[in-house]
Design a protein around this ligand. Structure first.
Ligand code: GRF
Length: 208
């Protein structure tokens, strides 16, 4: 049974997609053992409570130094003894020592087709604004392992989504979530739980 800790900052629709996929057995052999938010107001925490999942807030605002917050975050994750840490809209840069400790055990969802529209500064609506500014016809989402770069880790799964000429960033963001994020994040977790994902030379090998 793969034990998952989910880190969130906002609405938690990706968390909800994971909860639903566990309920309807799209994800097998896994369970969410805890949810951690950096933001006390995150609606994601309400979703976790409603699903009966243990959750806690570890806010940087309650610490004097960044390092103290980072150590508390790592300790908070460690408490759940997870096999997999899922970043589901977590707006905190993961401390390098946590990345080293959980090598190839942290996954993230990014709302574009990496390596386009990713890296420093590309988060939230900004990604979709940049997509519309460039005028690409396809965008999408990517699930990847987290390494010490920004959006540079081994890619697990991607799904393309059409960009329409009258899209606003908000409309496009919603379509990317519905047609890609909420599908490929649960599928990626199911593959990992089934032991079908290995990493070699910064690439994943998916056993089908
Ligand atoms: C998603 O767009 C995800 O790709 C990005 O942050 C957003 C999180 O949304 N990393 P939610 O909190 O899961 O609703």
């Amino acid at each position: 049974m793969l034990k998952i800790c989910v880190l969130v900052s906002g609405g938690g629709t990706n968390l909800q997609a994971i909860i639903d996929a566990l309920d309807n057995k799209t994800i097998n052999n896994a369970k969410i053992v805890g949810v951690i938010s950096n933001n006390p107001g995150a609606f994601a925490l309400e979703r976790a409570k409603k699903a009966g999942i243990d959750c806690k807030c570890i806010s940087p605002k309650t610490f004097d130094k960044r390092e103290e917050f980072e150590d508390a975050l790592i300790a908070g994750v460690d408490e759940y003894k997870p096999d997999l840490v899922v970043l589901a809209g977590f707006m905190v840069v993961i401390p390098p020592k946590m990345i080293r400790k959980y090598k190839n055990k942290i996954i993230n969802i990014h709302p574009s087709l990496i390596p386009s529209f990713c890296g420093t500064g590309y988060y939230g609506l900004r990604v979709h604004e940049a997509v519309l500014e460039r005028g690409v016809k396809l965008t999408g989402a990517t699930v990847h392992f987290v390494d010490e770069g920004t959006d540079t880790g081994p890619i697990i799964m991607q799904k393309a989504v059409e960009v329409k000429s009258d899209d606003t960033p908000q409309v496009l963001q919603r379509r990317v979530m519905e047609q890609a994020e909420w599908i490929i994040m649960p599928r990626s977790i199911d593959l990992i739980a089934a032991g079908k994902v290995t990493v070699k030379d910064n690439k994943t090998i998916i056993d089908k």
